[in-house]
Ligand binder design. Structure first.
Ligand SMILES: [Zn+2]
Length: 266
């Protein structure tokens, strides 16, 4: 299994970690009844920022959530905590966890059960509110009790806008895939990298016209995808693609039809 890349952004060191791959029916992602299966990696990102250690998104957790058994298959030899260990860190070292949104494949190790005892977990309030309105069996809805418990116990902080979680770690609300979906800019000025979350989670999603069956607001997703990828291109920012099973660190370039990925490194 490919190990993640490590690269520097200004004074910060960025590690692309790994929580395995999932396989699911294409119909679960695009809607309709397509029979092809589709594979997605999970690449949580670890940022060394001075004395702080920031994790961005948190995979599926110790095992595939019950509600997805039968629809999703999870394949991994090593999980996120193994890869964290290989990067030289323990779960106790993580000080901040940023969740792009509340889907099960992004919140696992952060919420179910919480694996980072010294971390504050950052969630956009709009994402929580939307999750509360989802149907009973929905993955986002399943995250609600843990987030509410975290808020009550003080280890989860609700955000209601763009802002700096730390100097050089900036969240920006870019809704569409979910309400309150947040992306993360790592760095400052021209020395900057982008984590897109599920706004553009893999190379195929660099096409703004591709509508996902799991986007809450497809028009917002399309508009935000174009704006964010245009900003990444103009800043020449490395872009980390959370679900990309191939090379997940790329630069993006505008084409006639949308954007294309230019791999960085290997
Ligand atoms: Zn996802």
């Amino acid at each position: 299994m490919a190990t993640g890349a490590t690269f520097d952004v200004g004074q910060m060191r960025v590690h692309i970690l790994n929580d395995g791959v999932f396989v699911t029916d294409a119909g679960n992602l695009f809607g309709g009844s397509r029979k092809a299966s589709i594979k997605g990696a999970m690449h949580p990102v670890l940022v060394e920022a001075g004395d702080d250690l920031v994790l961005i998104d948190a995979g599926f957790g110790p095992e595939l959530p019950e509600m997805l058994v039968g629809r999703y298959e999870l394949r991994r030899e090593e999980n996120l905590l193994d890869h964290l260990d290989e990067a030289g860190f323990a779960a106790e070292d993580v000080t901040h966890v940023i969740l792009s949104h509340l889907d099960a494949d992004h919140v696992g190790w952060a919420l179910g059960p919480p694996s980072f005892p010294n971390a504050t977990v950052y969630v956009q309030e709009a994402a929580l509110e939307e999750a509360r309105r989802m149907p009973e069996k929905d993955g986002r809805r399943a995250a609600v009790p843990a987030v509410e418990k975290g808020v009550e116990e003080g280890w989860c902080e609700l955000l209601d806008a763009d802002g700096d979680v730390l100097p050089g770690i900036r969240v920006e609300v870019r809704a569409g895939h979910s309400a309150g979906h947040q992306i993360v800019w790592i760095g400052d000025g021209e020395d900057i990298a982008l984590y897109t979350g599920d706004l553009a989670p893999a190379k195929i999603w660099l096409n703004p016209d591709l509508i996902s069956g799991v986007d809450t607001d497809p028009e917002a997703a399309r508009r935000n995808r174009i704006e964010v990828l245009s900003a990444a291109e103009s800043r020449d920012a490395p872009v980390i693609l959370y679900h990309e099973p191939g090379a997940c660190l790329v630069r993006v370039r505008k084409t006639e039809k949308g954007f294309e990925a230019v791999p960085i490194g290997d």
